[in-house]
Design a protein around this ligand. Structure first.
Ligand SMILES: Nc1ncnc2c1ncn2[C@@H]1O[C@H](COP(=O)(O)OP(=O)(O)OP(=O)(O)O)[C@@H](O)[C@H]1O
Ligand SMILES: [Mg+2]
Length: 362
């Protein structure tokens, strides 16, 4: 091979973004090594594949590329969804198409540059989550305080009234007042939880012990539905620096949500492992062994787009007796651990909630 050809070959192999060389009927002719890593499939398995297989159900994207092939014009920064067979399937990508000026007898007509956008998107979402929580904290601290004081006045007076009442109907009404006041009180306590910085009480914590304590609590309600928990724990996980009570609150809510979403006979799987997300690894080697991930998977009702969008919005609930604060509080607690929560859900198929936690707090 000529020196210069080798040099170009090297560039092709070393690029960290994916490259597809495609034919004019939008079949893949050749890919570079980064494509193998991004899509988690072997080089050979790309050959002859239609682009639709890699970017499925996106007629607009495929249409743009087809048009660019016809016109011979480049197309920059097209947002698309890539598909990988293994793992969690779909992920965001950014595509740039450049036409290749054809030599004689050449089949290739274009190069597509593929950037995996997962990490960029996650960073953006993270910073939005943090900003949002700061506003929320100020708001809930003020409101909770203002609501609590008059409430104790109402409760006290109702109790005094109850002492003097003989009529059983009237007593019943006052008992309802007290019960409802107690309900508001519980809600306000939850709101106060949101406003307290929970940076105290960080100790070496065994995550499996936390999970087992929660399953002992939730096991009964899942048994009623004839469901079961499946635990897939990685026994080699170390203890992590964490606030045990905080994490218990988080996983209790997540497991409860999964159980509540599950049909009769449903199954909730809890997995723990080291976080080996390769996009994170590529950005920062240190992250490879310093994060663990706890995954809660249910085959329940799943979420529609509105629920997904409002999942962390306080008071958003689709349940009759839900407060809609569970996910908001969980996010706040995980954030105080410098961790993050990622949710993937399909309507009528199920939900996967992943909680990433650093082993040592930064
Ligand atoms: N695993 C899940 N499957 C389907 N939907 C879910 C799941 N987890 C959460 N949701 C949806 O998100 C909403 C908000 O959840 P969140 O835990 O914040 O509040 P809640 O469960 O409704 O109330 P609370 O936590 O106070 O009992 C739920 O009402 C439900 O619609
Ligand atoms: Mg909940």
């Amino acid at each position: 091979m000529a020196e210069s050809e080798k040099f170009y070959q090297n560039i092709f192999t070393s690029l960290i973004d994916g490259i597809f060389i495609i034919s004019d009927d939008l079949k893949i002719i050749m890919v570079n090594q980064a494509s193998e890593e991004i899509f988690q499939r072997s080089k050979g398995s790309f050959e002859g594949l239609f682009l639709e297989k890699i970017f499925p159900n996106q007629p607009k994207v495929i249409g743009h590329i087809r048009q660019a092939v016809v016109d011979g014009t480049p197309y920059h920064h097209m947002e698309a969804i890539g598909f990988r067979k293994s793992n969690n399937g779909y992920f965001p990508v950014n595509l740039t198409f450049s036409p290749i000026i054809k030599g004689r007898d050449e089949r290739s007509t274009g190069v597509i540059l593929i950037k995996d956008n997962t990490f960029t998107k996650e960073l953006l979402e993270d910073s939005q989550q943090v900003e949002y929580l700061a506003t929320l904290r100020t708001l809930s601290a003020g409101m909770a305080h203002e609501i609590r004081n008059p409430l104790s006045g109402i409760r006290g007076s109702a109790q005094l009234l109850l002492k003097d009442l003989q009529d059983s109907d009237q007593r019943e009404y006052i008992e309802i007042v007290i019960a409802e006041v107690d309900r508001i009180n519980r809600l306000v306590t939850k709101m106060m939880d949101l406003s307290h910085p929970s940076s105290e009480n960080f100790n070496q914590t065994n995550i499996h012990q936390v999970l087992e304590e929660i399953l002992a609590l939730e096991g009964e309600s899942l048994k009623k539905k004839k469901g079961k928990f499946i635990q897939v724990y990685d026994p080699s996980l170390p203890t992590i620096e964490a606030n045990k009570d905080g994490l218990k609150q988080v996983f209790l809510n997540l497991v409860k949500n999964a159980v509540e979403a599950s049909p009769k006979g449903g199954q909730v799987t809890i997995t723990t492992e080291f976080n080996n997300n390769y996009t994170l690894r590529k950005i920062n080697n240190a992250l490879l062994t310093s994060n663990i991930v706890i995954k809660i998977t249910d085959s329940g009702v799943g979420m529609n787009e509105t629920t997904k969008k409002n999942l962390f919005t306080p008071f958003f609930t689709t349940k009759k007796r839900g407060t809609g604060l569970g996910m908001t509080i969980s996010l706040k607690i995980i954030e105080s651990h410098s961790g993050k929560i990622k949710v993937t859900s399909e309507k009528n198929i199920g939900t996967v909630v992943q909680v990433f936690l650093p082993i040592n707090r930064k």
